[in-house]
Design a protein around this ligand. Structure first.
Ligand code: CO
Length: 138
């Protein structure tokens, strides 16, 4: 079941440049984490019950680098908080939707995540995240 909007992922060329607008708006960077397997640095800015997630590529062949090359900076994905990502995965598959990974897999901060293909979601890349303690990743 979906409990809310976990975060909004935004592709940026540089976290150092992009964070300034969000900080001017009053948000604060709570953590910066590098996810080496995905070739990305992630800055998390909590706000209300959700987060803005700035995604900066660390390699030319990463998904975020390819996104920036073809689309430029902007919204990359919307992540919905799930209380049971395996159940949501199975239910979407049963309804004929296209999921990106074969099964939910480990994400940032001990979460488990899955992605829904934009072709199934009106052009939006949708992430589902289930957090270990039912809360947000740090
Ligand atoms: Co995300």
């Amino acid at each position: 079941m979906i409990a809310g909007v976990d975060h909004i992922g935004i592709a940026v060329h540089s976290i150092e440049e992009a964070r300034r607008f969000w900080e001017d708006l009053g948000l604060e960077v709570a953590a910066i984490e590098e996810v080496a397997e995905e070739g990305v640095r992630v800055a998390m800015l909590p706000v209300g019950g959700t987060r803005i997630e700035l995604l900066e590529p660390t390699r030319e062949d990463s998904a975020i680098a390819r996104f920036l090359a073809t689309r430029g900076p902007g919204i990359h994905h919307v992540c919905m908080a799930s209380d049971d990502v395996d159940d949501d995965d199975a239910s979407l598959r049963a309804k004929g939707h296209r999921l990106i990974r074969d099964a939910p897999s480990p994400g940032a901060g001990g979460s488990r995540v899955q992605f829904i293909h934009p072709k199934s979601a009106g052009g939006v890349l949708v992430e589902l995240a289930e957090h270990a303690a039912g809360g947000h990743a740090p």
